[in-house]
Design a protein around this ligand. Structure first.
Ligand SMILES: C[S@@+](CC[C@H](N)C(=O)[O-])C[C@H]1O[C@@H](n2cnc3c(N)ncnc32)[C@H](O)[C@@H]1O
Length: 178
């Protein structure tokens, strides 16, 4: 979609999505993936090596907010994928914007949650995090976004996809290649 070379993923688990992301990159591309759980990270490393993608993936172990704080001065990412603790999506969005450039794509998974995100009575912190995430996206002039619902064997859910611009209407046209 955007010829991404640098991808940031938050939430590695066993490296399934990491491997798909890394396979889509050119040889000199890089996925930086953040995982809190050392056990999951160990499994992911092994899977990524077996897939022959060890040179294209950098896995950082620890709470994502701590890892993100150390990524600030590196080059911008072309694509950012949030798939960890949804409570922290609002904070992840701020980091993602700081680590982006006009044209960067930000994707957040699990934003429908069997419809719970539209249930005004829900006190689930993940639901609250996703709602706040949507509100921040809607209020952010640098983001143009939509959410897509998905229905499959794992149930009813969806993801949000946003494109970063410099916030001006000209900037949006440039980010979208118009
Ligand atoms: C839904 S799984 C990720 C699935 C993976 N992206 C995939 O599609 O194959 C969420 C992962 O986020 C990790 N996680 C949860 N909270 C985290 C945090 N604060 N920092 C980093 N990773 C976290 C969990 O340990 C878990 O491995």
């Amino acid at each position: 979609m955007i010829g991404a070379r640098r991808v940031l993923e938050i939430g590695t688990l066993g490296g399934y999505s990491t491997i798909w992301l890394a396979r889509a990159l050119p040889r000199d591309g890089k996925v930086v993936t953040l995982e809190a759980d050392a056990g999951h990270a160990k499994v992911a490393r092994s899977n990524i090596e077996r897939a022959g993608l060890g040179d294209r993936v950098e896995l950082r172990v620890g709470p994502a907010l701590e890892s993100l704080a150390t990524l600030r001065s590196t080059q911008p990412f072309d694509l950012v994928f949030f798939d960890a603790d949804k409570e922290n999506n609002p904070a992840y969005l701020e980091y993602a914007l700081n680590l982006s450039r006009p044209g960067t794509i930000i994707i957040g998974d699990n934003v429908v949650r069997d419809g719970a995100v539209t249930d005004p009575g829900s006190t689930d912190p993940r639901v609250q995090g996703v709602r706040r995430f949507f509100d921040l996206i809607a209020d952010e002039p640098r983001l143009t976004a939509t959410a897509l619902q998905t229905v499959g064997c794992k149930g009813w859910d969806g993801f949000v996809i946003a494109m970063v611009s410099d916030g001006s209407s000209d900037g949006q046209a440039t980010a979208f290649g118009r």
